[in-house]
Write a protein that binds this ligand. Structure first.
Ligand code: TNX
Length: 770
């Protein structure tokens, strides 16, 4: 519950990671070396690219020529990006021979987002029919100018003709569950633009926070923008008083974000979620809710049963909010949510049932359909198109409505068949709150893993969709929900590098996509991101280790990399691994204790800082939370502790339907006792109709017991009563004597008693030999 300082001190099983600074590749050469042009590693891959002999060297003498206002705007942005990467800008100069030329020319590309880029020994020319296309050409050039060799870059002679496959290449950010500053959002917009993404879907309202200033309804931000986080995170230990978590964007800030995005050719699409995900608004104005009762802004995750009502005054509120949004956001679309609106409250309300009868809605989904239809009319009258999550298909949907398919692709397929436009963002492939590796270094999130490979393989156009309907698939979008992402660093960790795969699917022609080629190009993107201050996840580029106790004083070690980069190098003498350290080929034995350090190499460069693993007798006999399996297949989350109030908090995988962990095939043949180190977390979830899935065994004693079993349905090995509270450090350590088990045993560990309001979670299990 309240780990104060001890979290860091706990000897974690096998995953002690030492962070060693890794220099960007651009700093690793002297600037006197003669530059030679490398094969271009572009992401997203362009539609066509032909290299030829020769190269052009960009150096301090190079000048940038841009004719006309639009081309000059692109040139200034281009130099702005160079400056941000702390690289020399390329001075603008009047037209002359050689150098770099940005040019807008009618007919240069058939697509407004397309461009042509030529590198020849006498200069570089980027040409487009439209400013937008020229910007993407400049973004490609920025990548071609890496890696730099001091202030010189040799660019291989080439010819690129490029244009995107899809018009909607999106990323959604949930600023409701956790809030990001305007500067952070601008950093994301920069990174998106350089990957040629063009839609920023901004999730601004939800149960846990209302994040946009609407002057006519000041309480939306006075009340709705703050919540008291669950558990100890919501109490300031210095004062004992509630510690609200707050944040909203003023209208001036929204305009600033919209303008910043527009300059980078990104459309910002706001979302106002109705009729569910409405608690923050109802907390501000209880008359908007079905019960009329006042509610706190929610600090629980999941599906909340509080909905907006269907009164005329509520419609006025909707139109007032949307009226502000259509003024603030010049883009074509406004998102009205529509997801996860469980109808229990509407069913229970006589008044809403009466209104349904009067309005001819045969059921609650039809009533939501009428709501969508009214909002669609309102938006259309203001020149906007309505888009909503795929649930809106379940009501009668206005023809012009666009569907965002999140519950798989079926909703999108059905909508496109019916003639609606569709954006594909299935939770199975494009939800980036789902984690990307099994590493113990992953931040909180959803630990059903969506690996890069799966993101890359996602195909937005379903094979079953008839050819004459395929133009309805506008494109794809990655969604970054932030229930579990308290910091912007964690948001970026989840978005990058996977967003690069989304960018390639959105941009590159289908037949030019190739995962092996993508993986080969990805290492070149890492120093670019580092220069741009994009805090991409290191976990996919790290080394993971598995160690099993071997004979009396050895362990069998296997090493792997989540992305499958093959060149793993390691040391066992404490030194930092280099490209010439021992190459890992297959599992091998080490004597215990050994400190093993390993990194993955591509072209002589480490992809990430080396990982350091301490393999000793204690580590072989213990497993941290991350190395344990869940007992069943419920709803797995990777949750952060609610304390300490300030500083780093523990992170635990837990199945909130059935919190139970197992050490599969544990060798208990010489084990006489088991020590369990446990933390306690608030159970702050609303599961709506899934509530019945929440399982726990009744407690037999006042505070429940720790139970150990041989197999989750097997014989009980031990039962130990739990204390009322964890220790001052937020943890308890429990010791249970067991009978030795002759055969390898699935050791299952759980706690009895209601998981609400708090649940115990296993932090570490240690086997104690007889
Ligand atoms: C479902 S996606 C939601 C969100 C959650 C997300 C978590 C959608 C339209 N609704 O409210 O944040 O799952 O993965």
């Amino acid at each position: 519950m309240k780990p104060l300082s001890s979290f860091r001190a706990i000897p974690f099983a096998l995953a002690l990671v030492a962070l060693v600074a890794c220099k960007p590749a651009t700093e690793q050469h002297g600037d006197h070396a003669a530059p030679t042009a490398a094969a271009p590693a572009l992401i997203p891959a362009p539609a066509t690219l032909q290299t030829s002999d020769g190269q052009f060297v960009v150096d301090a003498g190079t000048r940038l020529h841009a004719q006309g206002e639009a081309a000059q705007r692109v040139a200034r942005l281009f130099n702005g990006f160079l400056a941000k990467e702390k690289r020399p800008e390329i001075p603008l100069a009047d037209a002359g021979a050689g150098g770099i030329r940005f040019e807008i020319a009618a007919g240069a590309s058939p697509s407004s987002e397309g461009y042509v880029l030529d590198v020849k020994p006498d200069g570089i020319v980027v040409r487009a029919a439209d400013e937008r296309g020229l910007f993407y050409g400049a973004a490609t050039l920025l990548q071609l100018l890496t890696p730099a060799n001091g202030d010189k870059v040799a660019v291989r002679a080439l010819h690129i003709e490029d244009a995107p496959r899809f018009g909607w290449r999106g990323a959604m950010l949930d600023s409701a569950r956790h809030f990001q500053s305007v500067d952070e959002i601008k950093r994301l917009l920069d990174a998106m633009a350089l990957l040629k993404l063009n839609v920023f879907h901004w999730h601004l309202t939800d149960d846990q926070g209302w994040r946009i200033e609407i002057p006519k309804y000041p309480k939306l931000t006075e009340i709705g923008a703050c919540r008291i986080p669950a558990g100890d995170a919501g109490i300031d230990p210095a004062t004992g008083k509630p510690a609200p978590y707050c944040g909203f964007y003023t209208q001036a800030q929204v305009r600033d974000v919209v303008a910043y995005a527009a300059a980078r050719h990104i459309e910002v699409m706001p979302e106002f979620d109705v009729p569910g995900h409405a608690v923050a608004a109802i907390a501000a104005y209880p008359q908007l809710g079905v019960t009329g009762k006042s509610l706190p802004v929610s600090n629980e995750w999941g599906v909340n049963s509080n909905l907006f009502n269907t009164e005329e005054e509520t419609y006025r509120f909707f139109e007032d909010v949307l009226g502000e949004m259509v003024k603030l956001f010049p883009g074509r679309y406004v998102h009205i949510g529509g997801d996860e609106a469980v109808k229990d409250q509407w069913i229970a309300s006589q008044r809403i049932q009466q209104q349904m009868k009067e309005q001819g809605a045969k059921d609650e989904m039809a009533m939501q359909g009428l709501m969508v239809a009214r909002l669609e009319k309102f938006l259309a009258a203001h020149g906007k198109r309505l888009i909503g999550w795929d649930e809106i298909l379940e009501g009668k949907l206005p023809e012009s409505a666009t569907v965002m398919s999140w519950r798989g692709t079926e909703g999108g397929l059905e909508a496109a068949k019916q003639g609606h436009d569709v954006v594909m963002s299935p939770s199975s492939d494009l939800y980036f709150d789902y984690l990307q590796t099994r590493s113990a270094n992953e931040p909180p999130g959803r630990p059903s893993i969506i690996e890069m490979k799966q993101v890359y393989a996602f195909e937005p156009v379903p094979a079953e969709l008839p050819a004459d309907k395929q133009q309805h698939i506008l494109g794809l979008q990655a969604n970054m929900w932030t229930e579990h992402s308290r910091t912007f660093a964690r948001v970026q960790h989840n978005l990058f590098p996977r967003l690069a795969a989304v960018a390639e699917t959105g941009w590159t022609p289908k037949d030019r996509k190739d995962y092996a080629s993508f993986l080969a190009r990805l290492p070149a993107q890492l120093p670019r991101w580092r220069a741009q201050d994009v805090e991409y996840a290191r976990t996919p580029f790290e080394v993971e280790l598995q160690a099993e106790a071997g004979g009396s004083a050895t362990a069998k070690v296997s090493l792997s990399n989540p992305l499958g980069y093959p060149d793993i190098r390691y040391t066992t003498d404490g030194s930092a691994p280099t490209a010439t350290s021992t190459a890992y080929a297959k599992p091998f034995d080490v004597v215990v204790p050994t400190q093993l350090r390993a990194a993955v190499f591509v072209d002589g460069q480490a992809l990430a800082d080396a990982n350091t693993f301490d393999i000793d007798a204690a580590s072989l006999l213990s497993r941290g939370n991350n190395a344990l399996a869940s007992c069943g297949k419920g709803l797995g989350l990777r949750l952060e502790d609610d304390g300490p109030f300030k500083g780093e908090r523990g992170i635990y995988n837990v199945d909130i339907f059935n919190p139970c962990w197992q050490w599969k095939q544990a060798d208990l043949s010489a084990i006489g006792a088991i020590e369990v180190h446990a933390a306690r977390l608030p159970y702050n979830f609303q599961l709506a109709h899934d509530e019945t899935s929440r399982k726990f065994q009744p407690a037999r004693t006042a505070h429940g017991e720790l139970v150990l079993r041989a197999g989750c349905e097997g014989a009980e090995l031990a039962r130990v009563p739990m204390p009322a509270q964890p220790d001052a450090d937020g943890f308890v350590t429990l010791k249970a004597a067991i009978q030795t088990q002759p055969k390898p045993t699935d050791l299952c560990v759980y706690f009895t008693g209601d998981t609400r309001p708090t649940m115990w979670v296993v932090d570490r299990i240690a086997l104690q030999p007889n």
